[in-house]
Design a binder for this molecule. Structure first.
Ligand code: RIB
Ligand code: CA
Length: 318
């Protein structure tokens, strides 16, 4: 029986690949996409989400709910310099003309969880504002969800938005604090994604050579982050962080190593805003509560990602 999931997303290029992986997987039923402020201008993110669903032929099956257009408290900046203007590589894609679903995203999350207790999972691949707002509406949300996978944080390693913080946690640290505290989260952090989810030019070459619609879409959306990587680090590569989180939800056996630790997030403004404290040594007197993914089967992840792009079937080699 397929597992039901809601994907909370700040839809830019890397989010689109996680969304494709989930909607193309037979063992998952994507109940809805909920859009949250993050990567690029909000209405472009909404369009990017709809475009991705339309590309996979499921736009009439998967509703897109609009959510928080800004973090709970903080000011923030979009990152078009990473994902390209509009978030999908650089050129703006045509409007889909698809209507958004009626319900506000946090309400849609709560409604789905209450209607089917224990059956719906959350895949969170953007700032956690919508999820924190859902928790305000339903404090028992954690008891009503199946599992919660979050792409966010930098576990005792360099952040990508500041030296201290990964982007999703930096944008809305107030929300991240609440979510890691109140929900049983499986955390896929930026450090894991850099170690095991970074595709270099050789990894990408088969996708550029392929003529499938998904491979061509990937080549387009990867242009801007590859250029950003060349500029910032002198390396032609792109890190598929959201897809790693999606792959871990899709195939829990992908996870080869994890630890459960106390995790907190610094919500103070300043140079450690969004810093994810992960008590790996157990030196604080706090209860461990967050499952941190420390190692995945990187070769299997690449096969899963390749199968999605080349065959439209991320489960082909599972
Ligand atoms: O830090 C990477 C994360 O921030 C990804 O989810 C990316 O899409 C942005 O949301
Ligand atoms: Ca994202």
């Amino acid at each position: 029986m397929s597992r039901r999931v809601i994907i909370d997303t700040d839809t830019a290029g890397d989010d689109t690949q996680a969304i494709l992986m989930a909607v193309l997987a037979d063992s998952l039923t994507v109940e809805a996409l909920t859009v949250v402020a993050g990567n690029v201008e909000f209405d472009r993110q909404v369009e990017n989400a709809k475009y991705t669903l339309d590309l996979a032929g499921v736009a009439d099956e998967v509703p897109v709910h609009e959510g928080a257009r800004s973090p709970l408290v903080k000011e923030f900046e979009h990152v078009p310099h990473v994902h390209g203007e509009g978030g999908l590589g650089g050129d703006l894609f045509p409007e889909t003309g698809i209507d958004s679903a009626r319900a506000y995203a946090p309400d849609a999350i709560v409604e789905a969880a209450r209607d089917s207790p224990g059956e719906v999972s959350l895949l969170c691949i953007g700032p956690l504002t919508n999820v924190a707002l859902a928790l305000r509406r339903e404090p028992a949300l954690g008891d009503l969800l199946d599992s919660v996978y979050v792409m966010g944080g930098a576990v005792n390693t360099l952040g990508n938005d500041t030296p201290a913080a990964e982007f999703n946690f930096w944008v809305d640290p107030d929300a991240a604090t609440v979510v890691v505290d109140d929900l049983d989260v499986t955390l896929v952090d930026w450090g894991l994604c850099v170690r095991q989810g970074t595709l270099d030019a050789d990894d990408i070459a088969p996708f550029e050579a392929a003529e499938t619609e998904y491979a061509e879409f990937f080549a387009t959306i990867a242009e801007a982050p590859r250029e950003f990587s060349r500029r910032q680090q002198g390396v032609d590569a792109v890190t598929q962080s959201d897809s790693i989180a999606a792959a871990c939800l899709l195939e829990p056996d992908l996870i080869e190593g994890s630890g459960t630790y106390y995790v907190d997030v610094d919500e103070r403004e300043g140079m450690t805003r969004g810093y994810s404290l992960v008590d790996e040594l157990g030196v604080t007197d706090n209860e461990p509560g967050t499952r941190v993914v420390e190692r995945i089967d990187g070769e299997q992840f690449y096969r899963t990602f390749s199968d999605m792009l080349l065959h439209g079937d991320p489960e082909r080699s599972l």
